[in-house]
Design a protein around this ligand. Structure first.
Ligand code: ZN
Length: 276
């Protein structure tokens, strides 16, 4: 009898170990070799374009250097691979955060400009769910791959030298942001005079997910005027960053962590697919 119990216990242990591994495979495994392009027409969009989900169209137009075409549920990359848009798996909020597919990533609408619902509703945080496989494919899958794409630019409001990815022209967009911030009224400069960092290859504190700082597409502005949900366990929304500053970033393709329920008001990241 005791042997049987031991065996059962062993099987349960194995299952406990394997199940999360299988789940984490979905997004990474979403990538596969794409079938040949429609040879008859050479069209970049297969079949009926009206069936392509809006989120998929937005991804396609946001990353022209990498993406070639789409169909109802696939994104086709210029390197001949493809990714599934919607994996069809029902997920809880936490599961979406940990293992977002492209559809989960595009599900919540980011509202640019000053007319957004402040404070954000519970778990409303467009852009916070990310399909890691999508970003690592463009910006680098390892620290050294990401580093090979980094360039050093001057963050002109402070004069700091910071490292940013040159992929998708993020470096030149970041420079444009800095230049435009300098043209704002003097009273806005204190928010951006210091930066709390750009590239930093790391996981998000307390999670297994890569921070977008790992890809060199994010910047944290002056922490002296910033609010972050992890600093305040009461989850009461707070913000001191003026919209004039936020709008400059948004105009150049960067979303703001201040529009998230899990707010991070120092944080901006390059996510043109949510702003087009
Ligand atoms: Zn950040």
């Amino acid at each position: 009898m005791r042997e049987i119990y031991k065996r059962k216990y062993f099987v349960i242990l194995i299952l406990l170990f394997i199940t999360p591994l299988m789940a984490s495979f979905e997004c990474r495994n979403a990538e596969s070799r794409a079938p040949d392009k429609d040879k008859q027409t050479g069209s970049t969009v297969k079949g009926d374009t009206s069936k392509i989900p809006p989120g998929l169209k937005r991804l396609l137009s946001a990353y022209p250097d990498f993406l070639e075409r789409a169909d109802e549920n696939h994104l086709y990359w210029k390197d001949g691979t493809s990714m599934i848009y919607d994996d069809g798996v029902q997920k809880t909020f936490e599961e979406k955060l940990d293992n977002a597919d492209l559809e989960d990533m595009m599900f919540q609408e980011y509202t640019p400009g000053p007319d957004w619902d402040e404070p954000p509703a519970e778990n409303f945080e467009p852009g916070r769910m990310r399909c890691d496989a999508f970003f690592s494919k463009m910006y680098g899958t390892t620290k050294s791959e990401v580093q090979a794409n980094l360039v050093t630019i001057t963050w002109s409001p402070s004069g700091d030298r910071v490292q940013v990815s040159s992929v998708n022209g993020v470096d030149s967009k970041m420079k444009e942001v800095a230049k435009e911030l300098l043209s704002l009224e003097e009273k806005y400069l204190k928010y951006v005079k210091k930066t709390a960092g750009t590239f930093n290859y790391r996981k998000i504190a307390g999670t297994n997910r890569m921070s977008t700082h790992s890809y060199g597409i994010s910047i944290d502005i002056n922490t002296a005027y910033s609010d972050y949900w992890q600093w305040d366990k009461s989850m009461t929304y707070k913000n001191r960053i003026p919209m004039a500053v936020v709008e400059v970033f948004e105009r150049h393709g960067f979303i703001w962590g201040g529009k998230w329920y899990h707010y991070d008001t120092m944080h901006f990241e390059y996510r043109p697919e949510l702003l087009n």
